[in-house]
Every structure is written in C-alpha cells, then in structure tokens.
Design a binder for this molecule. Structure first.
Ligand code: ITT
Length: 197
C-alpha cells in the first residue's frame, strides 16, 4: 500500500482528519509525521503554513503528505489569534483564558475558524490546497468537554451549542476542517484514488 503522511502532531486534528482520509482513500496507508520532524511555521497565512508543513514533510520522507493549518479569528481582537492560535498561551486552557480575559465586557463576540489544507507530492511540490471557514461566536465561559483547542468557547448559534458539546461526526459536517475537506476530497480522489506506489 502507498503511504500518505498526515503532517500534524495535534491529536485533536488527527481524530477529525482520519475518518475523511480512511473512507476516501482505503487503499492508502495513513501514517503520522514522525515527532522529531518539526516544521517551523514561518508563513504569514494559513495556506502558506499548511503548504510549508506539507512540503517539508513530503520532501523529508519522500512520501505524499497532507497538512492542516488552522486557527481562530476574533473580530473584536482584529482577527487575532489567527495563525498564532496554537501559540497564544502556554496551554490550550491558558489560550482560552487569555481570549476570555481579552473579551471581558466586549459585546461583539463574532469569530470564525479557518482551516487550510495542503497536499504535497513526494518531491515536495504542492498538488492541492484549499481553505474552509466556519463562523460562530465566542462564549462568556467554556461549555463542554469534547473536542480540542478553543472548542469549549466556540458557539454555533444554529446548533445552540459549542463545538465541545458536539460529536466528532457533527463537528466534521459543519466545521472549518469539514468544509475544507468537502472541497478537497473530490480532487484528492482524482489525484490519488487509483494511484499505485
Ligand atoms: P500541527 O502544526 O502539528 O498540525 P498545531 O496545533 O500547532 O498542530 P496549527 O499551527 O494549525 O496546528 O494551530 C492550530 C490551533 O488552532 C490549534 O492548536 C487550536 O488551538 C486551534 N484550532 C484549530 N482548529 C481547531 C478546532 O477545530 N477546534 C478548536 N481549536 C482549533
């Protein structure tokens, strides 16, 4: 079986990405990026960082690779934390606390998540890239224990709940990552569906 390297170290992302790839590319072996292969995210956009991760992992291993760069953009904070979402504080819990502190007394709670996906060939060139967005609101306090990252404070008015209350399956249907995958998968099947190693 040919290998597709999932170029992430984030367990929350892996849990969400795996079902898409496993059902779409059953003839491919999904492998995680080796932990010691660290990529510096020096891009200035989600797409640039997703491409950087996919390119460097593919080129280092000589295999196909897929990468996700994502984050939360909050209107009242001028779009922050954006591409710095993972680095906004020391831990995911501290990231949430920082956002809630910065939004204390702020009535505009509009925000969106963005997810950029990039697929690189074994020679390190980009084959596919796409982006998905999911609008929502920032809660006053965390709600729910599921998901990862900022999920407990990201509220979906249409579903009357935060991402952290939803099943992975429902989150995947409506999330930024889900939307990015819905665009990517038909192209990915055309590209890799019938390919042998
Ligand atoms: P990799 O680079 O190894 O994939 P990372 O966590 O560093 O892992 P990013 O640089 O793309 O990845 O940062 C994404 C951050 O954005 C993530 O750590 C969360 O804080 C946040 N985030 C992205 N998608 C999210 C989601 O679906 N739910 C909650 N938080 C999310």
């Amino acid at each position: 079986m040919p290998n597709l390297i999932v170029a992430t170290s984030n367990p929350g992302k892996i849990l969400e990405i795996q079902p898409y790839l496993a059902s779409t590319l059953p003839d491919w072996q999904l492998q995680l990026k080796p932990k010691e292969l660290e990529i510096e995210e020096t891009g200035s956009t989600f797409v640039e960082n997703a491409c950087l991760k996919a390119i460097q992992v593919a080129a280092a291993l000589g295999e196909w690779a897929i990468a996700d760069d994502s984050g939360l953009c909050i209107e009242a904070l001028g779009g922050a934390p954006s591409i710095y979402s993972a680095r906004y504080a020391e831990t995911p819990q501290a990231c949430i606390e920082r956002v809630l502190h910065e939004l204390k007394g702020v009535s505009n709670r509009q925000a969106h998540f963005t997810c950029a996906l990039a697929v690189a060939r074994p020679d390190g060139s980009i084959a596919l890239q796409t982006e998905g967005i999911c609008p929502g609101e920032i809660l006053e306090a965390p709600s729910g224990a599921g998901g990862f990252g900022y999920d407990p404070i990201f509220y979906l008015p249409d579903y009357h709940s935060s991402f952290a209350v939803m099943s992975v399956a429902l989150k995947n249907q409506i999330s930024h990552r889900g939307r990015a995958f819905q665009q990517l998968l038909p192209e990915l099947v055309k590209l890799l569906g019938k390919r042998s190693p």
